[in-house]
Ligand binder design. Sequence first.
Ligand SMILES: Cc1cc2nc3c(=O)[nH]c(=O)nc-3n(C[C@H](O)[C@H](O)[C@H](O)COP(=O)(O)OP(=O)(O)OC[C@H]3O[C@@H](n4cnc5c(N)ncnc54)[C@H](O)[C@@H]3O)c2cc1C
Length: 377
Amino acid sequence: MLIVGAGPVGMTLALALADSPLRVLLIDRRPHGAWADDPRALALAHGSRQLLERLNAWNTPAATAIREIHVSQRGGFGRTLITAEEYGMPALGYVMRYRDLAAALAARITAEQLMPRCSIDKIETGNEDATLTLMHEGAPRRITAKLIVHAEGTPGSDPDVKVRDYDQHAIVAEVRPTPAHNRRAWERFTPDGPLALLPLGADYSVVFTVPPDKAAALLKLNDGDFLAALSEQFGKRLDFIATGPRAGFPLALRVRQQITQQRQVWIGNCAQTLHPVSGQGFNLGLRDAWELAETLAESLHRQPDAGHPAVLAAYARSRSIDRRGSMAFTDGIVRLFSNDFPPLRFARGLGLLALDLYPPLRHFVARRMIWGARAWP
Ligand SMILES: Cc1cc2nc3c(=O)[nH]c(=O)nc-3n(C[C@H](O)[C@H](O)[C@H](O)COP(=O)(O)OP(=O)(O)OC[C@H]3O[C@@H](n4cnc5c(N)ncnc54)[C@H](O)[C@@H]3O)c2cc1C
């Protein structure tokens, strides 16, 4: 089996298949360890921690536990506080740098399993197998496999991928707050877009969502002016005293309509790229990888062909509710909260108040943070 893309989702799949009879090869276009430059930090659900622990790829020293999440909107009433204590959990989730997550997964992948610096020329599929033609270290190679798994991250233009551009960019940076964060995360909705502060070591990992022109301006500011702009957006409850480097990411919802085709399957960001609000993207991709490994493990003793149409159909069915639920949850939040329309601001305030006063509603949101898909009835 061939996995195209050795990002966190592709590597998770390779590790989840380690005990299966399948021979798995991961290929990536970048050099090994290229993730070291990635500036993102990811909020990981408690359920994701459990899956990563089962793969011996949980990076304990790199994880900061989230004790509570404060959710509010700028310029409107209503707020809610979700605490781990209320759910008898050690944490609502964890924050970890992308690079630390990738390094922990990569440490469990052998050199024979990974072929970096590949550039794909073409993929041909047939009833019996699929063939991938690529260039590796200046030499052409042809690799034949029963199944090709696409885990190469956010797709470019592709007629099978539906795109909704949010007209927002995320600026990410690590900033030092005062007073100390005490493991509280903040999700603050502003007319520009959501602003998330995630505890990471002694700092906050900030995801500051703004329209593209404002993002370009924020990236050019000196550190002092950037911290002042962040304070202006966040409000007065915290001060920010230092910042690390900044990076920007354009945000869009990209949804692949068919996640399986003849001898091919798409997982992770390659299957769906979500807005980072409420930190669902990697958590969902992890469940894609886990479920594909489980589907293959269950079917292999009956059906030794990993790319058989019945196996792919079973996988696609198994992902339908989780994918649709996570996309609707994330997209709904972005569209409801990213505007300054007064009646909506009022309705949002009522919604936040209801979350605070009506525990079943709060439990629904909390369970989604803690478990992901299992929050759905
Ligand atoms: C600002 C921001 C904040 C986020 N915060 C969160 C969060 O808090 N929680 C969360 O769960 N998610 C979050 N996400 C989403 C998360 O980053 C992604 O869901 C996750 O990285 C997807 O992993 P992946 O392995 O599918 O793709 P990627 O991480 O993109 O990895 C893809 C891999 O494929 C390789 N590749 C690409 N093209 C090719 C090719 N043609 N051939 C071979 N290899 C190729 C790449 O080199 C890379 O190694 C955030 C995203 C952003 C932008």
